[in-house]
Ligand binder design. Structure first.
Ligand code: CP3
Length: 355
């Protein structure tokens, strides 16, 4: 078993006792950090950072040099899979991701193959291997992917959307076409995430950013069902250790029991649910990750500390099962010192909860 100096994050996900609540931040590597912006300018653009293993490693490590974080997350993006499927991904400044060849009909879906993780997506696996070396066993590395539903929204809408009319039209007018796409995406995600584990990822997270725009019935049919298929297909042990899986549906608070029933190890929460309610509902079944509103990082260090204390009290004096995080990604105009105040508050204020 490779040595791991700080395994608090993995232990909490597996509900083993910890000395303090582990913490990391969604989108902890990124534009709010001046050193990230500098390196991105040097690389040229975002995808060039992702495609170069040394750049991706450097960017992954940047937040860890500033803050006492308990996990690193692979620097990449959820849209690498649709890009490898040939949709032509571009990141336009101010516009977000854009696909040149979005999916419009059954023929488009039939043409799509399952990308080979060591070929078309080999650059991601190289990044994972390089980052594992760069981390030198300090903290675990999180690998990740988007959920099939969330990936499909970008592939069908052609980019970011507000009303999601194109994918909903397909869901309700041509459900078979959408199910074929979601099934191919689920198979692609399974092979992609298992390759990340083989390359060195020690935990996995699935981002279902847009599952929360669906009705409960449609969430089950179009999103949860495919995440459950993925959970069933994942490698859950490697290097003599469990590889915990976290599912995060933004705005999915009303479905946490069903998410927990997929067999995942942890459920990610956004800030629209009290973590005490979530805990009462899922019991011992899964660990919980979350759930401070990322906009709280605009507040003073005192206010941030109060909010951290409040969330810790809500989770209660339980020795394990909570990974502190933001309820969604950190905003790009947050002062880095405020992120530092947040991490410090979790590290210091959580200790009395683990005596
Ligand atoms: O520290 C980390 O978490 C870095 C790795 C990471 C990125 N994206 C880097 C990135 C992760 C885990 C993601 C996930 C991701 N990407 C999600 C799911 C999580 C969420 O936020 O809901 C989604 C929906 C995407 C798709 C995506 N990628 C969008 C919508 C955008 C543009 C808008 C935005 O938020 O920046 C991206 C680009 C992107 N991915 C950037 C980064 C650092 C910014 C690119 C740049 O430098 O200009």
């Amino acid at each position: 078993m490779a040595e791991l100096k700080n395994d608090r994050y993995l232990r909490a996900l597996l509900k083993q006792p910890v000395d303090q609540t582990p913490v990391w931040m969604m989108r902890q590597a990124g534009r709010y950090l001046p050193e990230y912006r500098e390196l991105r300018a040097k690389a040229g653009d975002f995808m060039s950072l992702c495609r170069d293993a040394d750049f991706a490693c450097e960017v992954t490590l940047q937040p860890l040099r500033r803050y006492d974080l308990d996990a690193a997350i692979l620097f990449s993006d959820i849209l690498t899979i649709p890009d490898a499927m040939g949709l032509g991904l571009r990141f336009e400044t101010g516009e977000g991701p854009v696909f040149d060849r979005p999916i419009t009909c059954l023929r488009d879906v039939e043409k799509i193959g399952i990308p080979d993780p060591e070929d078309e997506l080999g650059y991601v696996m190289n990044a994972v291997r390089t980052i594992r070396k760069g981390l030198n066993g300090d903290v675990p590395l999180i690998g990740f992917s988007g959920s099939p539903w969330t990936l499909a929204t970008y592939m069908i809408e052609g980019g970011t959307s507000k009303a999601f009319t194109k994918i909903k039209k397909m869901a309700f007018a041509e459900p078979k076409t959408l199910h074929l796409l979601l099934d191919k995406l689920a198979d692609s995600v399974i092979s992609y995430l298992n390759a990340q584990v083989a390359a060195g990822a020690q935990s996995l997270m699935i981002f279902d950013t847009w599952g929360g725009i669906l009705s409960p019935r449609d969430y089950r049919e179009f999103s949860l069902r495919y995440m459950a298929k993925i959970v069933d297909g994942l490698t859950r042990e490697n290097e003599g250790r469990s590889v915990p899986v976290t599912l995060f549906t933004k705005n999915g608070g009303q479905w946490i029991e069903e998410i927990a029933a997929t067999g995942c190890d942890a459920v990610g929460l956004d800030w629209t649910i009290d973590i005490s309610d979530a805990k009462a509902r899922v019991g011992d079944k899964v660990a919980l990750q979350g759930n401070m509103d990322p906009s709280m990082l605009y507040a003073s260090p005192e206010r941030i500390g109060q909010e951290v204390q409040h969330i810790l009290e809500q989770y209660g004096h339980d020795n394990t099962g909570h990974v502190f995080n933001l309820g969604h990604g950190i905003h790009l105009d947050v002062p880095p010192e405020n992120a530092g105040a947040f991490i410090k508050a979790v590290n210091e204020l959580s200790r009395p909860f683990h005596k």
